[in-house]
Design a protein around this ligand. Structure first.
Ligand code: MG
Length: 386
């Protein structure tokens, strides 16, 4: 029986690479559902090639266009964010790849977990925001969460076969992004184009800016806390500019395991779909002759304030990571639109974290209201300053 896959966010970077992995392993996997936000032309093209049972376009204005284009293809077409939240419950879906960007992935991920689907988790923000609820629901509903984030896939692979041997600490590697070697002063004048120019990974805009500010690593620290049941002091970040060591686990005997490979997101995607099996690939192989040196250094949290803010948010807990995430989503968009300077991303997040009401033990609805309150607060504040 082929595994039937739903890809939420199929037109993004992870979505496209997931389709590639599925088509290369057509004897094992087939596309059951595709969803996209606004890119109707790519969604249509993908649907015509992969022949899913259904597609959803979040932007309802594009519904008719998608319907007309897929009229002769026997593919069901739905529209709207609610439809994405509901379609993951389809009986025929085995695995849901959550590859949409930001908070918007939360409701659909939760519905898929409630139906016991395997989650190939690429949407780290959902765990950052509501990790306590998601991990609890996953256990209650016997839903496996397999990380797609390369660092977390590395940790997951290191832990496979360890029979719950206790972890002393983990070390998440970070490339350091495009601004690793410039001064704090120089950060003030970096352009959007420079921030989008990541040295090792080709990714979507939001995550590429997060990588440049190191908020991406901050989000990943919180993601790791929930995925692997760790305390904040068990999670370290180490800068590794070559992005070959994808992360490391140190066990209580002092022994360290690491997972290595060339930076290629198709690998963790494929591992999550095929787990526990490793599937053959003809991807380029690592060679020591191409990398004479693998280097490691401490992150500079004075320059990359977002990383420090994420540790603060994790330590405070409650709805603070949710506030931080929403403020970051707003700030990144402002930066991408050329409305703020790069260091203001961290300033906006810090100011917002101090301004929104703290909830110590949030319920699911509190996360939705915190997300909304944070965005409203920032809209009001930023309009006033115009
Ligand atoms: Mg990552």
């Amino acid at each position: 029986m082929k595994k039937r896959i739903a890809i939420l966010g199929s037109t993004g970077s992870i979505g496209k690479q997931t389709i590639e992995v599925i088509s290369k392993n057509a004897d094992l996997f087939e596309v059951e559902v595709l969803t996209a936000n606004n890119n109707e032309s790519l969604l249509i093209e993908q649907a015509k090639i992969t022949k899913p049972n259904a597609v959803v376009i979040a932007n309802e204005n594009l519904y008719q266009t998608v319907c007309d284009a897929l009229l002769d293809d026997d593919i069901k077409v739905y529209a709207g964010e609610k439809a994405i939240e509901e379609i993951v419950e389809m009986e025929s879906i085995d695995t849901v790849v959550t590859a949409m960007v930001g908070f918007s992935g939360l409701a659909a991920t939760i519905n898929a977990i409630r139906k016991g689907k395997r989650i190939a988790l690429a949407n780290k923000e959902t765990l950052v925001v509501a990790g306590n609820i998601i991990t609890k629901l996953a256990i209650e509903n016997n839903a496996e969460i397999i990380p797609v984030d390369s660092e977390h896939s590395a940790i997951f692979q290191c832990l496979t076969g360890e029979n719950n041997n206790p972890i002393e600490k983990i070390m998440l590697t970070a490339s350091g992004g495009p601004f690793r070697t410039i001064s704090k002063e120089q950060l003030k004048t970096v352009t959007v184009k420079e921030a989008l120019n990541h040295p090792n990974w080709s990714m979507g805009n939001k995550i590429t800016i997060d990588s440049a500010s190191m908020m991406n690593k901050g989000l990943e620290v919180i993601e790791a806390k929930w995925l692997f049941g760790l305390t904040p002091d068990q999670i370290e970040v180490v800068i590794h500019p070559q992005s070959i060591v994808h992360s490391l686990v140190q066990f209580t005997d002092g022994s360290i395991k690491a997972q290595l490979g060339l930076p290629d997101m198709r690998l963790p995607i494929q591992y999550a779909l095929g787990f526990p099996k490793r599937l053959n690939t003809n991807f380029p192989r690592f060679s020591f002759s191409d990398f004479s040196k693998l280097t490691f250094e401490q992150p500079n949290t004075d320059k990359f304030k977002c990383l420090a803010l994420a540790y603060n948010a994790m330590n405070k807990g409650g709805n603070v990571p949710c506030i931080m995430n929403a403020a970051n989503e707003v700030a990144v968009e402002l930066f991408l639109n050329g409305q703020i300077q790069f260091p203001q991303i961290a300033e906006i997040i810090e100011m917002t974290m101090e301004s929104i009401e703290f909830i110590k033990e949030p319920k699911l609805e509190d996360y939705f209201s915190t997300n909304l309150a944070t965005r409203n607060f920032l809209n009001e504040r930023l309009n006033k300053n115009k």
